[in-house]
Unconditional design. Structure first.
Length: 367
């Protein structure tokens, strides 16, 4: 699978980390970015559609405002830095892409924009139209208004969600590292992992939580989380080094996370959800039934966490952790009354005609 071959990957999302775009003094690495623009132009001429998820606003704004810790000393500093830096970031992208004869578009999103189903579909339609017009959308999290509760916190997972919304077949995370290693790559004997067919506990255990530059917000943990989201939506994901010239044209070493068979769009959106309103804990028997495609019945539920309304996204956890996400058929008060009970008793408990399941299989996706 080549993420750079239009025949195999007609639509590609490229994420660029802060450490690549911004130098240690807080200035734009203009020559490097012009190389990226040239790579994008070459991909477009080959017939590939490209969307970019670009970090860098906070780092650029922090320099202009003289803020400590790269603008990340507090949420308020990050919001102020993002507001100032986003203008500079958008301007430089428009300029370097225009130099290649490409029109750029800016899209700023918050977590809720891609977690709320209606807003997600609106974002998807906007991306579809821009790409069909030959425009390169440049996306970033709207850090000037996002709070700790409603933000992605890293652009790795944002890129995976954007790929899902755009119907992309591939994601490239350009970073300060050339992929996944079996341990921190700074340690002696660290082995590079070229291909990951399945993300399991062993793969997650290899993740290093640090960001080598200290400038960005995502380490290997966020990249593996992004790979899980992208793969569930049928998109392959590569982690590649941007510490080279023209990284999208190079065949440098990288780690490829191979996608599963693409899930239906609604199921993929559910599986990629990051903000669950509550958790339903189920017993081992219910967990086995869910894996086989069953709905979640109240009899298999053991306890419930959180306050939620009917239609809210929930996580479903078995003895070994979260195994599915789905939309609740009940609000939390009624769901609590039904925990551990058989369907035949539900009408008497609730006083109204019950629904068949706490979470129906048509509105559930395994993770």
């Amino acid at each position: 699978m080549s993420l750079f071959a239009p025949s195999a990957c007609p639509r590609l999302v490229v994420k660029i980390g802060s450490a690549l775009l911004v130098d240690a003094a807080g200035g734009v690495r203009r020559a490097w970015l012009e190389g990226i623009a040239a790579d994008i132009a070459a991909r477009k001429r080959a017939g590939q559609q490209i969307a970019v998820v670009s970090s860098g606003a906070i780092a650029l704004g922090a320099r202009r405002l003289g803020l400590p810790k790269g603008g990340r000393a507090s949420l308020e500093d990050a919001q102020a830095a993002a507001a100032v830096g986003q203008i500079a970031l958008s301007q430089v992208w428009a300029e370097v892409l225009a130099g290649e004869g490409i029109t750029a578009a800016q899209i700023l999103v918050t977590l809720d924009d891609l977690e709320d189903r209606r807003r997600y579909l609106n974002a998807s339609a906007t991306l579809e139209r821009l790409l069909s017009l030959g425009v390169v959308p440049v996306l970033n999290e709207n850090d000037s208004v996002a709070t700790a509760e409603i933000r992605f916190g890293d652009n790795d997972r944002l890129a995976a969600r954007v790929a899902q919304a755009a119907g992309a077949q591939g994601v490239v995370l350009l970073s300060d590292i050339d992929g996944l290693y079996d341990r921190n790559p700074a340690l002696p004997g660290a082995i590079h992992i070229a291909r990951v067919e399945k993300i399991d506990a062993a793969i997650e255990g290899m993740a290093d939580r640090g960001s080598a530059s200290g400038m960005g917000s995502g380490g290997m943990v966020s990249k593996i989380a992004a790979a899980r989201i992208a793969n569930a939506a049928g998109a392959h994901l590569a982690i590649a080094s941007g510490r080279v010239g023209h990284p999208l044209a190079a065949t440098a070493r990288h780690t490829l996370f191979v996608a599963e068979k693409s899930a239906p769009a609604r199921k993929a959106w559910l599986a990629g959800g990051l903000t669950a309103r509550g958790i339903i804990h189920v017993d081992a028997g219910a967990a086995r039934a869910l894996v086989k495609g069953a709905s979640l019945l109240a009899a298999g539920a053991m306890r419930i966490e959180g306050q939620f309304a009917r239609g809210d996204l929930l996580a479903i956890a078995g003895p070994d952790g979260v195994l599915a996400r789905g939309l609740s058929e009940y609000d939390s008060d009624d769901a609590l009354r039904l925990v551990g009970t058989r369907n035949a008793a539900h009408a008497a408990i609730l006083g109204y005609a019950p629904r068949a399941a706490l979470v129906h299989r048509d509105h559930m996706a395994l993770v």
